[in-house]
Every structure is written in C-alpha cells, then in structure tokens.
Design a protein around this ligand. Sequence first.
Ligand SMILES: [Zn+2]
Length: 479
Amino acid sequence: MPYSKKPLLALSRCTSLLVLLGGIFSSVNAYGVDEEFINYDQNEIAIVNVTLIDGTGAPPKTNQAVLIKSGHIAAVDSAKDIKISQTTTVIDGTGKTLIPGLVMMHEHMFYPTGNAHYTEMLYSFPRLYLAGGATTVRTAGTTAPYGDLNLRDAINSGKTMGPDIDVTAPYLNGPGLPILKIKSLRDAQDAKNMMQYWDQEGVTSYKAYMHIHQDELAQVLSSAHQRKRKVTGHLCSITYKEAAELGIDNLEHGFFAATDFVKDKKKNQCPAAELHQSLVDLDINAPEVEALISLLVSKNVALTSTLTVFETFTQGRPKAYPLALEALIPQVREQYETRWQKIAQQENATWPIVFKKMMQLEKRFVEAGGTLMAGTDPTGYGGVIAGFSNQRQIELLVEAGFSIQQAIKIATLNGATFLERDTKIGSIEAGKQADLVLIDGELINDTSAIRDMAVVFKHGVGYNVSKIVQQTKSVVGLH
Ligand SMILES: [Zn+2]
C-alpha cells in the first residue's frame, strides 16, 4: 500500500492506529534477546562433586553427581559412581550446592509503584524470578490477565525467558477494595460467569480475595473443582474456618490473614481495622488456635507462607538486599527508603510481635501435618522484589525454625505437588525435568549462600544469574 498521510488521519479507531504502528515498528521485539544469558545448553551436562539438597526433605548429601540429558535428569548418584561419556560437559560442583528449581506460589507480574497503583513488570519480573531460582511460579492474582497469559505462552514457546507460569484468573473479590484495577463481584452468578470467561482464555487457577461473600466463594469452589482447578484465597470477610468448611484448597499469607480471632466478627464483612490487633492479642497456645490448625490439616488446606512481604512492615528487620534495590528505578527506590525509615523510627511497634508469632504458627502447622508452600508476594510498599525475595523467603523459613532441607522442600516439592506437577518437577530425581539451581557455597553451613545462585537450569538450559541481574538494573518500577 503506497504511503499517504490521508488514510492515517482518516482513522477513527485507536485500535486501527495501533495495528498500523505495530507494522511500522515490527522490528522491535517486546521480549528482548535472551541467548546471551545462556551459559549451558549442551545436550549432556554433568554436575559433579556437589552437595545435593534434593527437595524431598531428605538430609543433604555431599559428593554427589547429577547427569542432565536432553533437558531431563538422567541420573543422580555419588560422584564416583556416575557414568560420564567423553562428550559430556562437566561442571565441577566442589564447594557448591545443588537444589531443585524453586516452585513459588504467591507471585505477581505487577509491582506497587505508589498510591495503591500497581504496574506490570512483564519485562523485568520473569527475568528476575528466573535469576532468583524460580523455574515455576503461580501468579496468585493478577491485574493484567492477558499480560500473564501471553507471557506464559511466550515463555513456553521459547520467545523469552522466565519461569513456567500457572496463571491465576483476576481476583474474585467483593466490594470494598480501593484498587482501581480489581473488579467487585455483583453476586455468585457474576463469579460463575467471570470464571467461565477466564477458563476459556486459559487460566489454570483461581484466587478469592478479601471481600468475597460466602455464597460467592461456594460458587467459585464448585466452578473450579468441576474443572479440576484449585482455588486459593487471601481472605478477610470469610474466616479460615469458614473457608476450610466450604472446601477451599489453599490459603495465602500463613495465618496473617486469619480473621478467625477477631471478636464479634460479622458474617461476610472484612474487619480490616481489627485484624492486626487481634493477632497482637492472640495467645498462640489457646485451644482455638490448636482447633483451627487441626481443622486445616484435616481438610487438607495448604497454606502459603509469604513472610517476605510481612517482614517489610516489621521494625528491626534488614532492608531488601543491596542488589535487589539496584534493580529499582530511582523514584520507587526513594519511596521504599522513605517508608522503611518511617517504620524503623516507629514507637511501640506491634509488627515485631505479630511477625514472630506467625512464624511460630507456620512451624506448628507443619509439625501438625499441614502442607506449607512458599511465596513472596511482591506488593506492600515495594520492598519485595521478584527473584531476590525467593531467596529471602528461604532464609525466613530457616529463621522460623525449619531445617534447610525442610525449607527447600517447602519452596519446591510442596508447591509442585499442590500443582499436581510433582511427577515432572519439584525434586532432583532421575526422570524429572532438569530444573536445578547451582549455588556458590555450602548451603548446609550457611543459609545466606542461597543469595549466591550461579546457574539456574530450566529444562536443562543453564542461565547465567549474574549476567541477568547485571542487565536488569534500574528497571523495576518501569517495566
Ligand atoms: Zn498477592
């Protein structure tokens, strides 16, 4: 078509203009080039002399070897017994630790950019999640469902790098939330219609949110379970006890979002102002706490621990890692620093009391036989930065009293099992997908070695972590 200004001016619909501009800028790749970040893509790779934490919760083993063939784990053995051919690429794992790729269950592709606004980080977050060891994530709630769906597909088809994504539908919420991008359900039928639509668009999980009503949640659970999909919830209007009895599969944020202990709580109402104080006052040895844990365990309700996001509100805790802060654009970094200082100067802060108690409850839940999974929730006021926070979450689980092998299991096999993908991912076993993280350092002696990830393998392709991190600076907050 010959170029002329006239038809361009005649266009009345923005969509037509976008299509036209898309043609002009078709050489621009929205995803970026990724080959430069790949360190290993040989068909046969052996990692030898390495300390192995295999994701099953078994004690770590030293002097191990893992053989990768065609993207899968072909063998796991002691270093002296593994069979290596002349064409195998050998990586010496002396002084290093190998863990499974992380399966992170409360992730988002958006980030808080100020004043209750959330902006999509569809460029930087998938990269940082991968560089932070996550080979599978669930996006537990979204403000841009098409962004998450298209990103998942682009990653699956090799157009860009990032973790495998279990895409959660947009939040299923009732009225009362001051976030503009989140819909308020009108009634249970509305929930059913919404789920029908997003099911056709390809989401694979659902999340109920803070203001949903009981009849709507009942509908959500029945629609999801009919489709063999699972539902998680960050609840407030509905107690954990009520949700467990309705048949929910998963609850987010450990016990931090449990309104079960708010006195005179009204049905279907979120006691947002009273929740925190109820946790400050909570006697964690009280019989009602014991009863709630027993109920969740007996109903097989998994909990997702997101200590990372609550740590940012808690006085006396360290700042985000220096490397994580370097990933931020200056404006959001400044907002973060200002808020962090304010919290540091608070008088009579109550978050330290709650943070410690909730850590203890997560530990107790697991001791009672409950399934705990790991997530990071990059929200709050911006101190939870994709990828780096995966590592922080593992450090916090260890601080909560879990052994390193238990913490790794929580962040790998437990999520994989919940997603019903445990025959393929979640642990280092022959036959599984080669999703692995090679760490510089002995994690069994020093938990902070988790910050020194060197190579993240996804489907047997090894990504250079420091290169990704170096080239993803000063962008979070922008895209
Ligand atoms: Zn969240």
